[in-house]
Design a binder for this molecule. Structure first.
Ligand code: AHR
Length: 490
């Protein structure tokens, strides 16, 4: 019998809703054919796919990152403004395609307003200049009588867009990146970009380009950019055909967040920096199958991946003091929970835990004490390059607990990573009792490799209520499942 012990007074911190953020990149069919499909009967008059918007709303994203990703390192934003028919069609070297520029800054902001999300723009630090980045901030946020602010007005937008979040380049360390730099070169360049962008609009928040949170690149960038940025970014993708490796690999995020937190604390202490610096985990997901540009990154997800995704969100909740923004990469078609064709869409397996967590995780994170069976990974099983084997053995149940401000509305997200065995569990409350009923939302199935497809959604979420009174509640978590328990307490 496993045990989950919860004391509503043992608060870890506040969960920032921006960890449910998303990301759309000019890559494959994410923008063109996903977000934006001009002339399609499924699109509205602006070219936005209505069915995609509807599905995306279910994910309750508070913030949306754009335009890349690797794409941004060759993107000139001025190509994407003004009359659409006059915009240049260009060779695109991140993903070896052609960019029509029909979806640009105005379309992105309009999309964000429709979805009710905060725009987060990443600037081009590959082929782009400091001047270009400064101009982009001024075009979006400028209120003066200046060339860029007036050009925005001439393009039909009188009021500033007020874009608050700005990323200082994407993955500038990678040799796959147009204009890759060493950490020292990046710091030098990013400081100058940061200065002119912030001088243009002091209210913006800046995100420095981190790696996986555990590398020397991260250390040099945290130290070099601490006076200039509000966030340090982390990107980690994991995944494996081996179920245990797949569902345990997200613990790489545990280590990344611990490590980068200490780098940030040290830099703030050493440099006497008073403003807070948090992590923007601005790319994360399971991604290991469709890795090449030819595949357009159209990863198909299975039940095992749904468990991995829920584990990531639990990790973010447990590290709520460190990670304030996270962006699932990506939103539609490209390594994404929503998958379209010209006539329809279907929801991938990972959509369901994402939706449940965004809907039910609450603002106060509680310390959940878990006593259950453990699983050890061998080093060979452990996913390269984010080895986690040495972090084991791991609890078979991965748990996050959150509640509302009053401590009377509790949510548990419990991932039973065991593919074969259900886990009988007692949820035990300290100085509190269940108030009558618990709502149980469940994503499960008997095959970890089960996938969804058009018209065939094998992996879905179910909902039921069960009776619960007193301080203990017994529940059996099915093998290979994500369960969200929502309970009133007294
Ligand atoms: O999300 C897919 C790609 O992964 C992004 O373009 C890049 O930033 C990362 O390597």
């Amino acid at each position: 019998m496993a045990k989950i012990k919860i004391d509503p007074e043992r608060k870890v911190g506040e969960l920032d809703r921006r960890v449910f953020g998303g990301f759309i990149e000019h890559l494959g069919r994410c923008i063109y054919g996903g977000v934006f499909d001009e002339g399609s009967p499924l699109s509205d008059e602006r070219g936005f796919r209505r069915d995609v918007l509807e599905a995306a709303k279910g994910l309750r994203m508070p913030i949306l990152r754009w335009p890349g990703g690797n794409f941004v390192s060759g993107y000139h934003w001025t190509d994407g403004i003004g009359p659409r028919e006059e915009r240049p069609r260009k060779t695109e070297l991140a993903w070896f395609s052609e960019e029509s520029n029909r979806f640009g800054t105005h379309e992105f902001i309009e999309y964000c307003r429709t979805l009710d999300v905060e725009p987060y723009i990443c600037v081009n630090m590959g082929t782009g200049t400091m001047d270009e980045a400064q101009g982009w901030v001024e075009y979006c946020n400028g209120t003066g009588d200046t060339y860029w602010a007036n050009l925005r007005r001439a393009n039909g937008q009188e009021e500033p867009f007020n874009v608050k979040y700005w990323g200082l380049g994407n993955e500038m360390y990678g040799d796959w990146q147009i204009g890759a730099l060493s950490a020292e070169e990046y710091v030098k360049k990013a400081r100058e970009f940061a200065k002119v962008m912030r001088w243009t609009d002091p209210s913006i928040e800046l995100i420095g380009c981190g790696l996986s949170g555990v590398t020397d690149w991260d250390r040099v960038v945290v130290e070099g950019l601490a006076p200039f940025v509000d966030y340090h970014s982390v990107h980690i993708y994991t995944g494996s055909d081996d179920h245990w490796s797949n569902v345990l690999a997200p613990h790489a995020a545990d280590r990344a967040l611990r490590t980068v937190r200490s780098m940030i604390e040290r830099a703030r202490y050493e440099q006497g920096i008073e403003h807070p610096i948090h992590v923007a985990y601005d790319e994360w997901n399971v991604w290991f199958r469709a890795r090449t540009a030819e595949t357009k990154l159209e990863e198909r997800y299975n039940l095992s991946d749904a468990l991995a995704v829920a584990t990531y969100l639990n990790v973010f909740a447990r590290h709520c003091e460190t990670v304030k923004i996270a962006n699932l990469a990506q939103m539609v078609n490209v390594i994404a929970p929503i998958f379209t064709n010209k006539e329809d869409l279907f929801l991938q397996t990972i959509y369901h835990p994402l939706k449940l967590c965004a809907e039910h995780m609450q603002e106060v994170v509680l310390d959940a004490h878990v006593v259950c069976e453990k699983h050890d990974l061998t080093v060979e099983e452990s996913t390269w390059p984010h080895r986690v084997a040495d972090m084991g053995p791991f609890d078979v149940l991965d748990v996050s607990a959150t509640c509302d401000g009053s401590g009377r509305d509790l949510t548990l997200v419990v991932v039973n990573r065991d593919p074969d065995n259900s886990v009988q569990t007692t949820v035990q409350l300290t100085d509190a009792a269940f108030d009558g009923t618990v709502t149980v939302h469940e994503v499960t199935g008997d095959d970890p490799t089960a996938t969804n497809d058009f018209g065939k959604e094998r992996v879905d979420a179910s909902e039921r209520t069960v009776d619960a009174g007193g301080a203990d509640f017994e529940h059996t978590f099915p093998a290979c499942s994500v369960t969200v328990l929502r309970a009133g307490l007294r």
